[in-house]
Design a protein around this ligand. Structure first.
Ligand code: GDP
Length: 417
């Protein structure tokens, strides 16, 4: 059972109340502890923000609230990361320079998350026996790592049963069993990314996509998520990865709300040796994506990576806009093969509330979890897979062009321990 006091201390309630996706009225998390129900509510946001300078004025008096969670994201990142992230609202495209470094690994970048786990696990091992305190320590470690209440209960129930049955007889065996359980939990969904159709892909696509003249379809990857989570950066990193492996990539600057977003993407395009299609500020993002697919088909790009805006007036608008973008992107020769929801790991459980909104809007094929390098809340990976049933496909472990790796359950859990 989860100790409510512990939970309250582990969940950043003031930040939570601040972090409202505007459109989400309330996301209750109810935990029953010892017969007492503890309800923690992510309160709906009444606060309205002004459209920041440089933003396109909207046609409704309702200000954009989705962006509020990005502000909180940035605050959290600033508090947690060793180096504060530059503001996503910056007018100038001031991204990090490309880095030429050792290949990024979980082990090298998950120092914060490992620090949290190793403290607890060290104490558990040092005891030499499994007792009541062991369970308290385990529970606290998992909750603090943002594994989530449901997953924590499930893990502890399983481990308790195995201790009772005599299968687990020592703290070392218990820690090993926990590790195994976590890997199993994280291996339930397919985290593989779509492979580029490329020149060897199916001509005209398996379902009628393609140019109609025997040329392969244009794969489209959509990137969705609230502002500031790292969408544009991730598009750049993915572009670089695909380009390096020989795929001709075209970027679609679908975030037409901010001029700076287009500039930022153009900078990534030149780093990643990709082409880019941009629309006018305030223009229709769907037509940018449409133009990009047309251009890609004409010029032989195998993949279009489309950035989108993470801000709209309300949930209905968000859903409509994303549905439209997806529909247009999927028109032959376009073929949507990935819809990646980008979530900022530093927001921990709050990211789940964001995710629920986006999954209502589009069929998300997977999650990109960014900024895992700057947080101890690595356990959010478990909550995402368990509660949303979405595979985490990619993980961002830094701001550099190479700081993006495929999700690998075993390597991830290994690095945590
Ligand atoms: P967008 O508004 O969702 O497009 O977000 P951006 O791509 O502009 O990223 C916002 C900030 O997060 C930028 O300062 C990025 O450098 C930073 N960022 C993105 N991904 C990562 C990551 O994996 N780790 C770290 N530490 N920072 C990241």
């Amino acid at each position: 059972m989860i100790d409510p006091g512990l939970l309250a201390s582990a969940l950043p309630l003031p930040a939570v109340s601040d972090v409202v996706i505007g459109l989400v009225v309330a996301v209750p998390v109810v935990i029953v502890a010892g017969g007492a129900a503890v309800a923690l509510r992510l309160r709906g946001g009444g606060a309205k923000g002004r459209v920041p300078p440089g933003e396109v004025a909207t046609d409704t008096p309702t200000d954009i609230e989705l962006d509020r969670s990005a502000d909180a994201t940035r605050r959290a990142a600033t508090a947690e990361a060793a180096r504060p992230a530059p503001s996503a609202e910056a007018e100038e495209p001031t991204g990090p320079e490309p880095t030429v470094a050792e290949p990024v690994t979980y082990r090298a970048r998950l120092g914060k998350a490992r620090g949290l786990f190793s403290g607890y696990l060290g104490a558990i091992r040092a005891k030499g026996r499994v007792d009541a305190g062991t369970w308290d320590d385990l529970e606290e470690a998992l909750i603090r790592a943002d594994v989530g209440v449901g997953a924590t209960d499930a893990l502890l129930d399983d481990l308790r049963g195995r201790v009772r049955s005599g299968e687990i007889g020592s703290p070392d065996a218990l820690v090993d069993a926990l590790k195994g359980d976590l890997v199993a939990m994280l291996s339930t969904s397919d985290s593989r990314l779509a492979r580029p159709s490329g020149p060897d892909g199916p001509a005209d696509g398996p379902d009628g996509h393609g140019t109609g003249d025997g040329a392969p379809p244009v794969d489209v990857w959509l990137f969705v998520g609230v502002n500031g989570v790292g969408k544009t950066t991730t598009v750049g990193k993915v572009a670089n990865r695909l380009s390096s492996s020989g795929t001709k990539v075209l970027l679609a600057a679908g975030d037409t709300f901010r001029a700076a977003a287009g500039e930022q993407l153009a900078m990534w395009a030149s780093r990643a040796d990709a082409d880019i299609v941009r629309g006018s500020e305030g223009g229709d993002p769907s037509s940018v994506v449409f133009d990009a697919v047309e251009r890609a088909a004409a010029k032989g790009h195998g993949v279009v990576l489309a950035d989108t805006a993470g801000r709209l007036h309300n949930k209905v608008n968000l859903i409509k806009e994303l549905e439209k973008i997806r529909r247009i992107a999927d028109r032959p020769p376009g073929h949507v093969v990935e819809v990646l929801l980008v979530l900022d790991a530093t927001t921990g459980q709050n990211g789940l509330a964001q995710a629920k909104v986006f999954t209502e809007a589009v069929d998300v094929t997977g999650v990109v979890l960014t900024k895992l390098d700057g947080t101890a809340k690595g356990g959010i990976v478990v909550a995402i897979q368990r509660e949303l049933g979405l595979p985490v496909k990619l993980v961002g472990l830094g701001e550099g062009v190479d700081d993006l790796i495929d999700f690998d359950a075993a390597a991830f859990v290994d690095a945590l321990f």
